[in-house]
Design a protein around this ligand. Structure first.
Ligand code: FMN
Length: 382
């Protein structure tokens, strides 16, 4: 079993070029349509844009003439990654004049230029898991970019309603991709994947154990990795199976104690608190008007309108769990928490190329003799 790199925090990327562009024209960055006599609102025919092609646009400098978008083979010079980051807009609602200028700018369409062409000769001849392993360990992917970050998509039955969330890949072995989570709450992915019985708290009492019969649920899922620094994407589709409790326990014991307590304390995805529409607006108005507690007496780091928003309930649960396990040297694996493996039916490797003519190779699982299976390799149209 392959152990992956440790998790790293996510870097936030923001640029302010577009804000500066508006300011230079005496417009408000938060309301860049403010030079318009009739800005559209969200009920109008043209709802206000809050983000407009972020990352794609290099706003022209005030003196710069717009360059028409090139469609010929002589493509515009690539925008460097650093430049690309600085081009991201914070918020933008271009008016018709600025929209024309921006849309016609040469840097309008990001071009994928990092890699040489991807040919089938570079793909592992028999096994997409090995191919994934090679791409995952590409030295151009720094640990700080957290290449283990991926999106897991699952769907409810019978509605077909899909949900997706970011998770960390923790293991890859010859059978598939392993992620860990809480599968216990009816509100989250657990009920979609495992269905199953719930106890009085609306919590699925335990993860199923391999070989002991699977509860109802939709085992189809997809996992997607984006490695934008190397202009690659990997998409895996397949069936989810639970790890054995021993395997999950092994990983659980590597987690720090605080995360273990957190794992026990959280009824993941259960609603802790909610506010009916508009009630928060009223509440804020009251809190600003009230004179029972003068504003000067409210500590600076406390927003009085947010005191009772359900966090206290979670923190009480944490204290309860700390008390429950105070004498335990090892905190046990919660029955509702553990690893699942996505066993692939298809795996696609995508590499960006100029003019959106990307290279895509997909491995599709085909039956072979006995219990064995093999992989057909296909090139897909971009
Ligand atoms: C960068 C990042 C990594 C995450 N990693 C995990 C993870 O490994 N396991 C997990 O259960 N949730 C992880 N989460 C939280 C999930 O996105 C999600 O909120 C949680 O699993 C609840 O999903 P559900 O309501 O569909 O059950 C991560 C979130 C982010 C932003």
């Amino acid at each position: 079993m392959q152990s992956l790199r440790p998790s790293h925090s996510i870097k936030s990327l923001r640029g302010f070029q577009f804000v500066r562009y508006y300011r230079s024209r005496g417009l408000s960055a938060m309301n860049p349509t403010s030079d318009h006599s009739s800005p559209s609102d969200s009920h109008g025919k043209h709802p206000r844009k809050l983000i407009f092609a972020p990352g794609d646009i290099q706003a022209p400098s005030p003196d710069e003439k717009p360059t028409p978008t090139k469609t010929s083979a002589a493509a515009p010079a690539p925008v460097s990654r650093l430049a690309g980051e600085s081009l991201r807009s914070e918020t933008s609602t271009p008016n018709s004049v600025s929209e024309d200028r921006v849309v016609s700018h040469a840097a309008r369409a990001h071009q994928f230029v990092t890699n040489p062409p991807l040919t089938v000769s570079q793909m592992h001849p028999t096994n997409p898991l090995h191919q994934f392993n090679t791409w995952f360990h590409d030295t151009r992917l720094p640990p700080s970019s957290a290449p283990e970050t991926c999106t897991l998509a699952t769907a409810s039955l019978p509605s077909g309603r899909v949900s997706a969330r970011v998770v960390y890949l923790k293991e890859l072995d010859e059978r598939g991709w392993v992620v860990y989570s809480n599968w216990g709450s009816r509100e989250g992915k657990g009920a979609q994947v495992f269905g199953g019985q719930e106890d009085g708290d609306g919590v699925l009492s335990a993860m199923p154990v391999p070989g002991e019969g699977m509860p109802q649920g939709n085992k189809w899922a997809a996992l997607t990795f984006l490695w934008s620094g190397v202009e690659r994407q990997v998409r895996i589709e397949g069936l989810i199976e639970p790890l054995s409790r021993e395997e999950s326990e092994l990983y659980w014991q590597t987690r720090e104690r605080g995360s273990q307590i957190g794992g026990w304390a959280s009824w993941q995805s259960k609603v802790l608190w909610s506010a009916e529409p508009d009630s928060l607006v009223e509440r804020r108005r009251k809190s600003l008007a009230q004179d029972v507690c003068p504003r000067s007496e409210i500590p600076g780091d406390v927003n009085e309108t947010d005191i009772d928003d359900g966090r206290a309930l979670l923190e009480q649960r944490v204290r309860d769990m700390e008390e429950r396990f105070k004498d335990a040297e090892k905190i046990p694996l919660p029955p509702f928490w553990g690893g699942v493996r996505l066993v692939p039916e298809s795996v696609e490797f995508w590499q960006g190329r100029r003019s959106r003519l990307h290279d895509r190779f997909r491995y599709v699982r085909v039956p072979s003799d006995g219990d064995l299976y093999k992989w057909r390799v296909e090139r897909l149209s971009p």
